[in-house]
Design a protein around this ligand. Structure first.
Ligand code: EPU
Length: 349
């Protein structure tokens, strides 16, 4: 099919973002391989169109229409490399569904990403925010990322250290638009200990912790825990945790503790990572809803589009939550999803 035939005009994006907010892409193209990607970028440059690379839209908010070319990343690939007695390297095309890849690896007996089951999104988006859950982050197993560097127009291979991973952060997030991830490589193990120390997981597994668990059993436990607490975006549109857990100096945590003895925080790199969900919950937002959007009633960190809410409705609610947490606890919350489309909203987030 020619490039012209692949390019579409005025494509609705509500089914391409897990918050299900309405937005339109002026131009749109499904990209299934490197030729498509080069073609799409060359067309965008010639036509003076800005670009947005979209995976499954699980970590963004459309504040309005996208007046440019949306490149939907569909590059497929899933295979093993460097298989030996201790483990193997899993290669994933950027368009692969993350959760299916987790089940594929865990089902084959490989350990390392089972705690990341049921995280919505694609393999190519996973390194951007260094997805993490239940004591494990993508950066723990990622060997390298292949990406198109738009500064040099070259395909580059970035190893783990190059990616600059931190909590929900990476080189890709810090240099927006520069890299288009096409493939990732993960080193998985047959023998490493399972990570069962996160409290929810420990509580769920109970006495099974001491039994002979495998990676698939852990993935299934994580799925059950997530289903209990987190809304399924297919049924209740949401973008997962809407805010990062704020990291504050120990002194600030001590002051908070003096005023709020039950404040929840965990040691983190010589500082303290606060549970944003607790701060939001204590500020009275859990279960709140207006006509269109609201806060999940089982996890205060998750904002929900109940009924036809726009991206701006979601962002307005997020802004109110930020203000009230700031007033009550003196802590500034930072959004986890990115804002795209429309004009930059005047919100104090
Ligand atoms: N809590 C409340 N109220 C709530 C929910 C939680 O007070 O409504 C308190 C509880 O004390 C709980 C603590 O907050 O112990 C932490 O809650 P939870 O264990 O559910 O984890 P979280 O910090 O809210 C993070 C990730 C999630 C990930 C879970 C499990 C971030 C921003 N979020 O949530 O990731 O699934 O840990 O590891 O780090 C995501 O990024 O989209 C996401 C869902």
């Amino acid at each position: 099919m020619s490039l012209q035939a692949k390019l579409q005009e005025n494509v609705g994006l509500s089914r391409l973002n897990t918050l299900s907010v309405s937005a339109t892409a002026k131009h749109y193209m499904d990209v299934a391989g490197l030729d498509d990607l080069h073609g799409a970028l060359a067309w965008a440059q010639e036509s003076g169109q800005k670009t947005l690379v979209l995976g499954s839209g699980s970590n963004l908010v459309f504040a309005g229409d996208f007046d440019g070319l949306v490149i939907r990343m569909r590059i497929a690939a899933r295979y093993w490399e460097k298989v030996d007695d201790s483990g193997a390297t899993l290669v994933l095309g950027a368009g692969e569904n993350w959760h299916e890849a987790v089940l594929y690896a865990a089902g084959a007996g490989y350990r390392g990403i089972e705690n990341l089951a049921l995280i919505p999104g694609t393999a190519g988006a996973a390194p951007v925010q260094n997805i993490g859950a239940y004591g494990v982050e993508l950066g723990d197993t990622l060997v390298s990322v292949t990406a198109l560097d738009r500064d040099s127009s070259q395909l580059v291979c970035l190893d783990n250290a190059d990616c600059g991973f931190a909590y929900r952060d990476s080189l890709f997030k810090r240099s927006p638009g520069r890299y288009i991830i096409t493939q990732i490589r993960l080193r998985l193990s047959r023998t490493q200990p399972l990570q069962l120390g996160y409290r929810d997981l420990e509580d769920y597994l109970g006495s099974a912790v001491s039994q002979d668990l495998d990676a698939l059993a852990v993935a299934e436990a994580v799925m059950a825990i997530r289903r209990r607490k987190l809304p399924d975006p297919e049924i209740i549109p949401n973008a997962g945790s809407f805010f990062k857990n704020p990291v504050v100096p120990v002194e600030q945590f001590s002051e908070l503790q003096a005023a709020h003895p039950h404040v929840v925080g965990y040691p983190y790199n010589g500082k303290v990572k606060l549970a944003a969900a607790w701060l939001i919950d204590q500020s009275g937002w859990k279960g709140y809803r207006n006509a269109r959007v609201g806060v999940h009633n089982r996890q205060a960190l998750v904002l929900i589009n109940h009924s036809g809410g726009t991206g701006r409705d979601v962002l307005a609610l997020a802004s109110e939550i930020c203000q009230s947490v700031k007033e009550r606890f003196g802590v500034k919350l930072e959004m986890e999803p990115g804002i795209v489309g429309g004009t930059a909203p005047q919100l104090s987030i």
